[in-house]
Design a protein around this ligand. Sequence first.
Ligand code: DQQ
Length: 587
Amino acid sequence: MGMSGRSCLLRALFFISCFVVDIDGEAASHRIVLYPQPQQQNSIASGVYRTAYHFQPPRNWINDPNGPMYFNGVYHLFYQYNPNAAVWGDMHWGHSVSVDLINWAPLPLALAPTSPYDVNGCFSGSATVRRGTHPAVLYTGVDANYEQSQNLALPANLSDPVLTNWTKSGHNPLISAGDDFEATNFRDPTTAWVGSDGLWRTAVGAQIGANGTALLYRSRDFVRWERASRPLHSSSGSGMWECPDFYPVSVVGVEGLDTPPTEGEVKHVLKMSLFETHSDHYMLGAYDAARDAFVPEGEGAVDDYRAWQRYDHGKFYASKTFFDAGRRRRILWGWLNESDSEADDVAKGWAGIQTIPRTIRLDSNRRQLIQWPVEEVRSLRKHVVHLQNMELQTGLHEIKGVKASQADVEVDFQLHDLERAQTFDPTWAMDPPRLCAEQDASVQGGIGPFGLLVLASEKLEEHSAIFFRVYKDQNAYKVLMCSDQRRSSLWPELDKAAYGTFLDMNLEKESKISLRTLIDHSVIESFGGGGRACISARVYPSFFSNSSAHLYLFNNGSSSTTVSRLKAWDMAGARLNIRVDELSIEH
Ligand code: DQQ
C-alpha cells in the first residue's frame, strides 16, 4: 500500500473509531427493547482487568504504598488496605514480602485500628531501618474524633525473617497535632534520618491555613519527639500535603543513597502529594543541615505548585521511595487508583494497585529525576518480537506475535526532517493534557503524532494512544508526550482522560525519542525519553471479554520517522500471592 493509501486507511480508522463511539452513545439513550435481552455481563466485574504483574492483593481495596523497606534480604511492601470491602475505609496496613520485587507473599495484616488513637484508621507512614538492624514504622493514627497523631510500631520478633507481627508502642500516641493547625490535617510521617547532632528527624504532612507544609520533629530515642521551630519546608496556597517524602540523589553517579547524607555531591528531593489535585509533585534542592530546612532550586523555588515537577502525569498518587541497601538503588512506588466507578469496584471485589517499582535517580542534566522499571521486571519477559530500522510512514503497522494485553514494549523513534515540525504556540505550554486532547492521534501534524496504539480492538473502536508530537519553538524543539485514554473503552462512566506533558530533552542533539510501555490488562504505564516523563493510566476495554487485544505502531505526521528499534515481549504473570515458604530467602 502506498503512502496515500495508508494515510486514507489511518484517517478512515480514526473516523470509524470516533463514529462508533458517537453512534453507540446516541443509540444507548434511545434503545427500545422488543424482546427480553440476555443480561449483559458487567464486563468490569469479569476478572479480565486484574493485573498479571502489577502488585495487587487477592481482593478488596488498597491505596498508598506504606513503609517500603529492604531488610535482611527481604523487600517489604505495606499498603493501605480495607480488608472488608473494595472501597476506601477501615484502614489497616496490609503486608507482603518478596525477594525479587516481582513475586510476593502476603502476610497477616501488620497494623489494625484497634487502639483509641487509631480506632478510625491506621493511615500512611514510613519505615526506618535504624542502624541497619532495627526496623521501625512511624504511622498516622486517626482517633474517634478523626484527630490524627503519629505512632510507632516495631517488629514483634526480630529473628522472624519476614517480620510477620508488629507491635504498637506502649508510648503511643507519640506526636499530637499543634494548636496552630487542624488535627484532622496532620499525617504521613517520612522515613526518619539522623542529623549531625545525633538526633532523629521525621517530617509530617500538614496544612496550616492554606499552606501545605512538612513539619519537622526531632527525637533522641525515637519515642519522645519535639517539633522544630521551622518546618522542613512549606508553601503558600498548595493545601494539605499528604505523604511527604525526603531523600538525597547523587549528582555524580547512578547509585541510590540512604536518607542521611547531607554532604558531598548530592541534591535533595522533597515530594508531596497534593490532596486538592491528587497529584504527586517534587522539588529538587538542597538540605540546609544548619537550619534543618529544605531549600528548593529552579522551578521548585517558585511558590506555586503548578511549576513543580511531577513523577507521573497520569493516575499516580501517594508515592513513596526507599533505599535498597542490597542493590544500592532508590526505588519508588505509587498507587494507581481505578478509573471505574465505586459500584464497579464493589462488583469486581477489588480496587487499587501499585505501579511497577521504579528506580529513581537524577538526570545527567541535573534538572529532573529519571524513573525506570526495576531491572527484575525483565525476568518476566518471554517471547520477543523485534523490528529494526523500519521506516514508519503515515499509517498503521500492527505488531503481531505478542500477547498485546500483557506486554513490555520498547521502541526508539529516530527523527529526521525536523524543520517540518509545526510551529509552537506558547499558550500551549500551559495545559499539555488539553493539547493532547485537542491535537490527538487523529490530528495530522508535521513531525508526529507517532507512537503506539495499545489495547486496541480489532476495528480500533477501542484503543489508547501513547504518542509524541514535535513542535518548533523559537530556538529549540519541543516534544509533547501524550497518553490518551478517551477511546479506551465503550463502557460509559469511566474516567477516560487524556494525559500529557512536555519532555525536557534536547532533540537536536539526541534526534531520537524512546518510549517504553508496560501493558498489563487494565494498566498502561509509559516511560518517555528514557524515563524523563512517566504517564500511568487505567483502562477497561469492553471487548476484552470476547476478543484479544491488538498492538500497533502509528504515524499520523506528514513526515516519516524511523523505528530504529522495537522490541515487544510477552510478559509472564508474576506470582503475587505465593506462600512465604515459596520465597527463597537467604539467611
Ligand atoms: N491516604 C491515607 C492517608 C494519606 C492518604 C489514608 C493519601 O494517610 O494522607 O488512606 O492517599
